[in-house]
Design a protein around this ligand. Structure first.
Ligand code: C2E
Ligand code: MG
Ligand code: MG
Ligand code: MG
Length: 275
């Protein structure tokens, strides 16, 4: 089937391409609808723990979308679509406001919220975060934004003023998926960040506590020299947990310790701990 594009030009799509474009626009329309409706979007929380004491150090907010007919759609699918449309800003703000409102009542030290490179390019981004903090009464010192290093490098000029404004009010900055972007180690010193999150792919490669991972050791040495905290993400096995703890990684996050959970479930964890 031919599709008309502009004046007198036709683009011929092969069937799978056409399907994926239709699927993309269905997801885009569905997401627009979800943002205007109650109950389709939800925030899950995945705790992260001190490697040494096993005390909960914080939790990461992770968006979930319960589509009325498609079921639960993964953020790995709809976040990139939201980023390529104008939906990531309202989606990201919704997540941050919902999470700050919920976490304001919890004895949680740190709430981490993922922020897209597209949001960071908006010159008003920091002010939007401050407005959310004002509305929810959430203490900026308890908020951490997770940004990817790629977004950092590609948009340094635009995102730096936002990050500086956030840090000036006490908001923490974490570099997410660390190690997957280019020139990570060489650029680390020039980023104004508080924490790095070692990407799951490196953690996944740890076969045994003895063999460990030379790459992770190098990242931990560098973080130590730069005074940064480190979280390892995607910790699934006891061997990974042991190696990371021995090697001096501060915090662990992964299915071994806790899965992402609805707010009622994490609230119940706090209630249990208090009794
Ligand atoms: P991320 O920020 O790197 O989040 C970690 C992802 O790894 C989450 O997937 C989490 O559920 C998953 N995970 C945690 N522990 C384990 C483990 O032990 N094993 C495995 N295999 N996976 C684990 P999720 O929730 O599907 O989110 C995927 C990505 O979508 C996130 O990666 C983040 O980049 C993006 N995302 C999620 N929520 C938001 C949001 O509110 N805003 C933005 N901009 N992006 C978001
Ligand atoms: Mg993250
Ligand atoms: Mg990550
Ligand atoms: Mg990741």
């Amino acid at each position: 089937e031919a599709k008309r594009q502009g004046k007198g030009r036709y683009l011929h799509f092969a069937e799978p391409m056409d399907l994926s474009i239709r699927r993309r626009s269905a997801i885009e329309a569905g997401l627009r609808e979800a943002l205007a409706t109650e109950g389709q979007l939800e925030v899950y929380y995945q705790p992260l723990y001190s490697s040494r004491t096993r005390a909960m150090k914080g939790a990461e907010a992770l968006v979930r979308w319960h589509h009325p007919s498609l079921g639960t759609v993964s953020p790995a699918i709809f976040v990139p679509i939201a980023e390529s449309t104008n939906l990531i800003a309202p989606l990201g703000e919704w997540v941050m406001e919902e999470a700050c409102r919920a976490a304001a009542a919890w004895p949680l030290r740190l709430l981490s919220v993922n922020v897209s490179a597209v949001q960071l390019r908006d010159p008003d981004f920091a002010d939007k975060v401050f407005a959310i903090l004002d509305r929810t009464g959430f203490d900026p010192h308890r908020l951490e934004v997770e940004v990817t290093e790629t977004s950092f490098i590609e948009n340094a000029r635009h995102c730096r003023p936002n990050l500086q404004a956030l840090r000036a009010r006490g908001v923490k900055i974490a570099l997410d998926d660390f190690g997957t972007g280019y020139s990570s180690l060489t650029h680390l010193q020039q980023f104004d960040v508080d924490r790095i999150k070692i990407d799951r792919s490196f953690v996944n490669a740890i076969q045994s506590a003895d063999a460990g991972s030379p790459i992770i050791r190098a990242i931990l040495d560098l973080a130590d020299a730069s005074g940064l905290d480190v979280t390892a993400e995607g910790v699934e096995t006891q061997a990974q947990s042991e190696f990371l703890t021995q090697a001096g990684c501060d915090a662990l996050q992964g299915y071994l310790l806790a899965r992402p959970m609805p707010k009622e479930a994490i609230a119940a964890l706090f209630a249990d701990a208090a009794t």
